[in-house]
Design a protein around this ligand. Structure first.
Ligand SMILES: NC(=O)c1ccc[n+]([C@@H]2O[C@H](COP(=O)([O-])OP(=O)(O)OC[C@H]3O[C@@H](n4cnc5c(N)ncnc54)[C@H](OP(=O)(O)O)[C@@H]3O)[C@@H](O)[C@H]2O)c1
Length: 281
């Protein structure tokens, strides 16, 4: 019976029926497939990042929540603690070196190590053409969306290795495969993340760090409002791809938990579409 429950990959815990088994100074320990692992999730105070953070915590991990605004961090941490989950939070604008260092230090001080990194934060793309993007816009998009995951991982890597390895999940987009003209240079940054996934996976295999990537489709969040509230865009997109519905942030969460779990121990360098369809062959 217990084995059957375990096989559902934390299915019960997903619905908040987490089982507190013991308390320690670092918080509530929960049974689950990620039990007592430590996860850092960037851009995790609302939207897709929040759903991922919640799911990792429901599956047993201690999760470090972060984003640019203290008030959002406080609210997300309070919400998840009310659900009995083991989380703490700190401000981290991923484009700022001092914030990245603070995120790492806070994680180590509170949980003593780290096992998983989920790089979810991305800059909101200005509406406009790729060719029309200014030098400043290009720099911001590349700094936040592409460089920051590699720089943050560089800081966390020695600590993951000390724990015998780890798992990294980057958050790309369907726009990496099928650029949306509305999103300009952002499309390019998300394609770059597919390359970053491959490069890091090859580089880190022998250090027992797996690196994978999810590519969400149109998911109902603040970020994608410009797309899903545009009736013409959404109707055409939906009909073209035979979609029954828009994606929800929770649709992106279970796959990240799986990629962090031992069930995915032979999977690295992979990009997985979470889009209701896939434009890949
Ligand atoms: N929604 C979609 O349809 C969709 C589709 C494909 C891919 N994606 C990707 O999914 C990821 C999350 O998107 P989302 O739709 O969930 O966005 P969202 O609802 O706007 O949430 C963004 C989260 O990131 C934080 N954030 C924003 N800029 C940040 C920065 N520079 N540093 C750290 N945190 C930052 C925000 O909090 P603060 O405001 O407090 O910083 C918030 O917690 C992004 O990588 C996006 O490219 C989204």
């Amino acid at each position: 019976m217990l084995q059957a429950v375990a096989r559902v990959h934390g299915g019960l815990l997903r619905f908040g029926i987490g089982v507190s088994v013991r308390r320690s100074s670092s918080g509530t320990h929960q049974r689950g497939v990620l039990s007592n692992k430590v996860a850092v999730v960037t851009g995790s105070t609302y939207g897709i990042g929040f759903a991922i953070a919640r799911r990792l915590a429901q599956d047993g991990a201690h999760v470090v929540i972060s984003s640019r605004k203290q008030q959002n961090v406080d609210q997300a941490v309070a919400t998840l603690r009310e659900e009995g989950l083991s989380v703490m939070g700190t401000v981290c604008h991923v484009g700022k070196a001092e914030d990245r260092t603070k995120l790492v230090n806070t994680t180590l001080e509170n949980y003593g190590g780290v096992d998983f990194l989920v790089c979810n934060a991305a800059v909101n793309p200005p509406v406009g053409s790729t060719i029309g993007a200014s030098d400043q816009v290009w720099n911001k998009i590349l700094e936040v969306n592409v460089k920051s995951p590699a720089l943050l991982l560089g800081l966390l890597l020695p600590h993951m290795e000390k724990r015998g390895g780890g798992s990294v999940v980057l958050v790309s987009s369907i726009a990496a495969y099928s650029p949306l003209v509305e999103l300009g240079a952002y499309n390019v940054s998300k394609t770059a993340l597919l390359g970053l996934t491959k490069a890091l996976a090859v580089e880190l295999t022998l250090r027992d760090i797996r690196v994978n990537c999810i590519a969400p489709g149109v998911i109902k969040t603040e970020f994608s409002k410009i797309l899903h509230t545009n009736e013409t865009f959404w109707t055409q997109f939906k009909n073209k791809h035979q979609l029954k519905r828009i994606g929800q942030p929770e649709d992106c969460a279970g796959i990240v938990s799986f990629l962090c779990s031992p069930d995915a121990s032979y999977i690295t360098g992979e990009n997985i579409l979470v889009a209701g369809f896939s434009p890949r062959l």
